[in-house]
Design a protein around this ligand. Sequence first.
Ligand code: NAD
Length: 351
Amino acid sequence: MLGGDGIGPEVVAEARKLIDILSADHGLAVTCEEGLVGGAAYDAEGTPLPTRTLEQARLADAILLGAVGGPAWEALPYAERPERGLLGIRAALDLYANLRPAMTYPELAAASSLKPQLVAGLDLMIVRELTGGIYFGEPRGIKTADNGERTGFNTLVYSEPEIERIARTAFEVAQVRGRRVCSVDKANVLESTELWREVVTEVGRDYPDCELSHLYVDNAAMQLVRQPRQFDVIVTTNMFGDILSDVAAMLTGSIGMLPSASLNSKGQGMYEPVHGSAPDIAGKGIANPLATVLSVAMMLRYSLGEAALADRVDRAVARVIADGLRTADIYQGEGRMVGTAEMGDAVIAAL
Ligand code: NAD
C-alpha cells in the first residue's frame, strides 16, 4: 500500500480499514505492507521510487496506490518528480493493461455532463494498452534541418505479441462482465492499427462466448457521448485509450468515484483511483475515498481471485450512495454530507 502524496494517504487509510475488516471478518487472506512513493519518498529518501519500495512492489500480488505529486515537487528535475515513482513501478512490473471502468450510479447521474437518462446505469470498461504505441515508439524527437526548419516526429508501432496480450486481457475482462468487446482503431488510415484489427479478430476466435465489434476511433468518440450505454468493454491503443478514458470519466461526472487497474500477464496489478493528489483539499478530511475503495474491489477481482468479495464491496458502495451519503465532491444538495473517514466507515457498515 503506497499512500503517496496529498489526499493519497487519506484515501488509502480508508482502503486499509476496509481490507483489515475483510481479513478479520470475511475470510480474506492477505498481508499488507506499506511503503513510500512519490513526493513523500523524495522528501524522506531523495528519490520518488526507493529501491525498497520497488522490491515490495515486485514481491506483491497487488499494489494499492493513492496518488502522487503536488506543488512542492513541481520544480524538481524530471527524474526526481513524483510521477517517476508511478511510471517506474509500471515499467518494472510491465503493467501493460490499463483497466478504467466508467460507472454511473443512478443517484449521481445528474452530475454527468450528459443528460441523466443517457448515463444512468452506465457500466463500461476501457482496456487501454499502456506500455507501447506512439508514446513509446522509436524513433522520436525534434530534428532541425540545415535550413533551420524543425520537424517533430513520433512512431506508432505495435507488435503482434503486444496486440495479442492486450486483446486477451480485454476478452478475459469481458468474460466476467457483459461478454462484448469493441476494439477501437484507425485501421482505415494507420497500418499499425490495421494489424491491431487483424490480431484482435484472430484472438477473438479463442473467445467464442464473447461478441467482438470494431469501431474507428472518431466514431467511437461520437458513440461514447451519443449512447455510452451501448458499450461493455472497449479495447484500444495507448493514445486512443488515454483520450477515450477521460471522455468516459467525464460521463460519470465525478472523478472521486473512478477506480483503475494496471495489470501484467502474471495477474499482478497496481490499483489506484483515477484522481490525483488534490492538493487543494489535502489534510481537510473531505476527500472522497470511494474511488480507492472501488480500486480495492478491482484488486480483489483481478489480482486476488476474490470475485465474490469484490461484488460485496461494489454493492456496499452502491448502498451508501443509495442511502444518500455524499462527500463534498458528489454533493448536489440532497442526502447527507460526510467526510472521508465517515464515508469509509459507512462502506464497512454496509458490507
Ligand atoms: P486532481 O485529480 O488531484 O484534482 C482535480 C480536482 O478534483 C481538484 O479540485 C480536487 O480537489 C478534486 N478531487 C480529486 N480527487 C478527489 C477526491 N477523491 N475527492 C474529492 N475531490 C477530489 O488533479 P490535479 O489538480 O490536476 O492534480 C493535482 C496533483 O496530482 C498534481 O501534482 C498532479 O500531477 C497529480 N496527479 C497525480 C495522479 C496520480 O497519482 N495518478 C493523477 C493525476 C494528477
